[in-house]
Design a protein. Sequence first.
Length: 264
Amino acid sequence: MITCSPLIDSHCHLDFPEFDPDRSQVLTTAFEQGVEVICVPGTESERWEPLLQMCSDIQKPVKLFAALGIHPWFVGQHEPNDLQRLAEYFETNEHIVAVGEAGLDFALQSVNRKAQMFWLTEQLELARQFGKPVILHARKAHDLILKQLRQKPVKQGGIVHAFSGSEQQAYQYIEQGFCLGFGGGITYPRAKKTRALAASLPLSSLVLETDAPDMPLCGFQGQRNEPAQLTVVLETLAELRREPKAEIAEATRLNTIKILSLLP
Ligand SMILES: [Zn+2]
């Protein structure tokens, strides 16, 4: 079923090996479901080059945009000179739309918190330096991240992906110029708090995402997630908000274009 307005998946790891066998089919299916644009965030330095290649090369119906950064899960395998490399990418490649995904994941015990803080702080600094928005990964660490943003704002704001914080934290991010990403998480009835927030926050601050191949939707546990599932995220959000699907599709599309300064 084709939705009324083209959709943007603001967060999909299309470069991950899970998509190697059938990446172009995945994109065709997504396009048939109304997904016209996908933003692919970076995760670790060894994937930066292939990610950029994929976004520029691939013969595809869907337009791809790249963000580049170091995900908090992978900070342990990076060295300070990777920061220099990252800065060089931003200096020389004008097609990279954002820094990220960067952030703090304190739900994960195995990654050193100090190292996570270091890489977040440095990547926020890069965003300020190059005037880019940031794609944030934040789990059990919203207040720490917000403190950093308040002390030294990132002018272009960004997206807090797969938002699962409190209402107060949501509004604090919005105050800092951030949009909040909602994805498959809202399809789970048990996610009461996040669903209530998705229903009540201003539409002007929401963007859609799948986080594919991760975050399978309710009913699809254990399967690979795909960008085509964005339509289900949209339908769920429309039901939760009791607003027309077309209105949400259009608003979230425009929000994503604006926050990431996506060129046509
Ligand atoms: Zn991600």
